[in-house]
Design a protein around this ligand. Structure first.
Ligand SMILES: [Fe+2]
Length: 275
């Protein structure tokens, strides 16, 4: 039996490493301090492996073949893929993974109605690599990348994301051995990209979302509709990754680590932890 020993959630925008001056310096310092707290929680929990759950930004998956959920199955992956085209301010590197755990979850999912798409080669983007750069720059913890389609309709419902999170927790608990597993969810909160609304941050939505997470009320998050998320910003649907995490920790309360609307970053930036 494996133990789900830690859940982390964080916004994943790259400004924190390559456009820090765009944001209010006090808020940026507090965001960084939040990352330090999450990194300390990861060190203390010392998981044998983590899943890292994120949206993706049309660097890997395109509308010609868009899975709802995809899991990486390999010894390692690398990124950030954007650094092949420009200096992104943090290094390209290889990240160790855990193909034994990934294969177990994929095969079990195929038996139980969670039909993972599978990637055996993946150069991931900032959605995973910025949090990993801040949380585990030396790659001590094996990471299994998990993609959730938050970009191209039709997307998985929040209810489905919550259910997949619950299923992940049950499957991890049934692992036939002793292992400590964590989940890192990245993305959100409210923001718009590539629309006239870019720059607008929906603080009321973000506060409601964090309140429900910290109240252990994942059911409320699992009731969020596409229109409500779109109302809070065209890219706010990235909170699906947080809802997968809430499903995995259903009934438990998250601890709020950080929230600030950072205007120059165009995003409601947040971090939370489940211990
Ligand atoms: Fe994103």
């Amino acid at each position: 039996m494996a133990e789900l020993c830690l859940g982390l959630a964080t916004s994943h925008l790259a400004h924190i490493v390559n456009a820090r001056d765009a944001g209010d310096s006090a808020k940026v310092a507090a965001f960084d301090a939040g990352y330090a707290r999450l990194a300390a929680a990861l060190r203390e929990a010392a998981p044998d492996a983590c899943l890292i759950v994120s949206a993706e930004h049309v660097n890997k998956f395109f509308i010609d073949n868009m899975p709802a959920f995809c899991m990486g199955l390999f010894e390692s992956f690398s990124g950030p893929v954007e650094s092949k085209a420009r200096d992104v301010g943090y290094p390209w590197r290889e990240v160790p993974s855990d193909p034994g755990l990934a294969r177990y979850l994929i095969e079990r999912g195929l038996d139980e109605g969670v039909d993972w798409a599978v990637s055996e080669f993946w150069e991931v983007d900032h959605g995973m690599m910025v949090p990993l750069h801040k949380l585990d720059p030396e790659g001590r913890v094996p990471m299994i990348p998990v993609f959730v389609n938050c970009a191209s309709a039709p997307m998985p419902s929040t209810r489905r994301c919550f259910a997949v999170g619950r299923w992940l927790a049950e499957a991890i608990a049934d692992w036939p051995g002793s292992r400590r597993v964590g989940i890192v969810a990245t993305g959100g909160l409210s923001h718009s990209v590539g629309t006239l609304d870019q720059g607008r941050i929906d603080v009321a939505f973000d506060e409601w979302f964090l309140d429900r997470l910290c109240a252990g009320d994942g059911e409320a998050l699992a009731g969020l509709g596409d229109a409500e998320m779109m109302e809070a910003g065209s890219s706010t649907g990235e909170v699906r990754s947080w809802i997968v995490l809430a499903g995995a920790f259903a009934g438990r309360r998250a601890e709020r680590v950080f929230y600030a609307p950072i205007e120059g970053f165009d995003t409601g930036c947040a971090q939370a932890v489940y211990r």
